[in-house]
Design a protein around this ligand. Structure first.
Ligand code: 2P0
Length: 342
């Protein structure tokens, strides 16, 4: 982070306060495994779609007191929580002069019940608020790198649309950031199927570390991503749901399979996850174009096009649909897709 601050000419006096919004994102080709645990450098590239209106808005105000004050959806966050500790460490390089502490007001538009991780949109919004507060004028690549240092997947949340996070080769990670994939797909829908928002028994951070270290199946993962990414990119450019959906679903299931091979085993699924997966496969057998993806938790996200929504809703009444290309808060005027949120 100090390199990025240095590249911007160093820390200057911050403004009175700054605010930014960042969308959550779902990987269609997953980030699973790190080559550097400190810098969140991935073993492979990954590719995601942002969730438009579902994300995080963060307001940052420097304060003269000794301690940070953090609120999440209006409620104070206990200073000794993991969330607060991670945030404090992340903000340490930005403390200087009179303002050694910050007030951090975070609002998530992701319903807690959706069971979606908010660290991606959280760190992306925080970085963009920092950029504004200190007037760094960071490029999108620099914002992406800074967000990655908070949480890997956050580097893909600095804008709307599809983002590809390039692996990079450098040890300092300065070439590992996400870039927009400019292939708008207005009819694409992401349907959230909530199964559980209960506390997971292992974090995604620990799960991926254990998988890399102990699963014999992990050896297959980098090759799998290398095959999936070009097929996925081509399918997105063609708006071919049949291929994009199949590649995404197979990529997600393969990721979960690598974790099952870890020891102690990692299984994020609940019985209802399996039940819903079977319902997705039955829907396809009945002629509906619908595909599933899953992250480090039991919940399922469906991929389909707008025209199929009534039929999909009938089968999945609790579905929460998201239109990634039609609901983009703070999109720059005139931008089409993959645009930086500003
Ligand atoms: C992804 N996940 O590509 C993958 C798929 C979960 C499953 O990125 O340790 O919270 O902060 O870099 O970003 C979740 O991991 O992990 C994640 P850290 P992160 O979306």
């Amino acid at each position: 982070m100090r390199t990025l601050i240095g590249e911007a000419g160093g820390l200057r006096t911050p403004g009175p306060s700054a605010e930014a919004y960042a969308p959550a994102n779902i990987a269609l080709c997953k980030y699973w495994g790190k080559r550097d645990n400190e810098l969140n450098l991935p073993v492979t590239a990954s590719l995601s779609i942002s969730l438009g209106r579902l994300g995080t808005r963060t307001r940052l105000t420097p304060r003269s007191g000794a301690d940070d004050r953090i609120t999440l959806n209006g409620d104070p966050v206990p200073a000794d929580s993991v969330f607060a500790r991670r945030l404090r460490t992340f903000l340490d390089p930005f403390r200087a002069g009179e303002a050694k502490a910050f007030e951090i007001e975070t609002e998530n538009t992701i319903p807690t019940a959706a069971g979606l991780a908010s660290s991606a949109s959280g760190y992306a919004a925080l970085v963009m608020a920092l950029d504004r507060l200190f007037g760094f004028n960071w490029s999108p690549a620099q914002c992406s790198i800074a967000a990655r240092l908070g949480s890997g997947s956050a580097c893909r949340s600095i804008g709307h649309g599809f983002y590809r996070w390039n692996r990079g080769e450098r040890e300092d990670g300065m070439d590992s950031f996400a870039v927009p994939v400019d292939t708008p797909w207005p009819e694409l829908r992401i349907g959230l199927l909530h199964i559980s928002s209960g506390e997971k028994n292992i974090s995604s951070r620990d799960a991926m570390k254990r998988t890399v270290e102990t699963s014999p199946l992990y050896r297959e993962w980098p090759g799998k991503v290398e095959r999936d990414l070009p097929r996925l990119a081509e399918a997105l450019a063609d708006r071919n749901l049949h291929i994009a959906g199949a590649v995404s679903e197979n990529n997600a299931l393969s990721m979960h399979a690598t974790s099952l091979g870890a020891w102690p085993p990692v299984l994020f699924w609940l019985p209802e996850t399996v039940e819903k997966l079977h319902a997705v496969w039955q829907a396809r057998a009945d002629g509906l174009s619908v595909y599933a993806t899953m992250d480090a938790g039991p919940n399922i996200k469906l991929l389909y096009e707008a025209s199929a929504e009534p039929a999909i809703r009938e089968r999945f009444p609790t579905l929460e649909p998201v239109s990634p290309f039609e609901e983009m808060p703070e999109k720059s005027p005139g931008a089409v897709s993959g645009s930086r949120v500003d």
